[in-house]
Write a protein that binds this ligand. Structure first.
Ligand code: DER
Length: 232
């Protein structure tokens, strides 16, 4: 499909940021999966020497499958470049991430990197963040109280919508790699993303949120016709 083509060409271009000897943060999601496959080819066919730091168990599995040496963030200590997807990005390269439920490890790995490169199809570019539901990772203990407190807090915030919903996996709550739950906030439009990110993480029970503010350095945008544009 045109969207798959767009994701593939963005992923293919993004591996230009990877050099021999690098520690590479490996993102999560369908676009990042293309990037992992492209890197695997370079490792197996061109002898590219890299160590991959995955942002989810499923990315770790795929990386091993395609022949990439996987190490933990603790072993890597620091990362040269992280390549990951996003659900939305705006003109300041601020992001909403977490559609795939890996936002906690993704944000930790991205923050521990010299450079963060985001790869997306063109449909992810927005004027204002918030049309995509904002994922918030919460510990399971007291999650309904946390949800109510967040909805109450949102009343005083510059947003269009204030509903939060527990992300489900079939008939049970979705559980993250760390064993936490995710609340998706249906905000419609976030007036001040920096403030929203700060305020949410002050809430007891909240582990992390999907707003990536001042973290992304470059966005590589793929189009259905095979074109690629870079935003930095
Ligand atoms: O969960 C995530 O943050 C993923 O990177 C997601 O936002 C992008 O997934 P996609 O590449 O499958 O659209």
């Amino acid at each position: 499909s045109p969207i798959d083509k767009a994701k593939f060409v963005a992923a293919k271009r993004s591996v230009d940021f990877v050099e021999d000897g690098m520690r590479v943060g490996l993102g999560t999601g369908s676009t990042a999966a293309w990037m992992v496959r492209c890197l695997g080819e370079l490792v197996c066919e061109d002898g590219l020497k890299i160590r991959g730091v995955p942002t989810s168990t499923r990315t770790a599995e795929l990386a091993r499958e395609v022949g990439i040496e996987v190490i933990s963030l603790d072993e890597a200590r620091w990362i040269d470049v992280t390549i990951d997807g996003a659900d939305e990005f705006d003109g300041n390269l601020n992001l909403i991430k977490g559609g795939g439920g890996a936002l906690l490890q993704e944000k930790i790995v991205a923050t521990a990197s010299d450079q963060m490169v985001v790869i997306t199809d063109a449909g992810k570019e927005v004027e204002k963040l918030g049309a995509f539901p904002l994922p918030v990772e919460v510990i399971p203990f007291g999650w309904q109280t946390t949800k109510s407190l967040i909805e109450e807090l949102l009343i005083s915030m510059d947003v269009l919508g204030r509903d939060a919903s527990l992300r489900m996996n079939g008939s049970r709550p979705f559980v993250t790699d760390e064993g936490n739950y995710i609340l998706d906030l249906h905000l419609g439009r976030i007036g001040d993303a920096h403030q929203m990110a700060m305020v949410l993480n002050q809430m007891p029970g909240v582990v992390e949120n999907g707003l990536f503010i001042d973290i992304c350095d470059v966005v590589v945008v793929g189009f259905g016709d095979g074109r690629v544009e870079t935003r930095d």
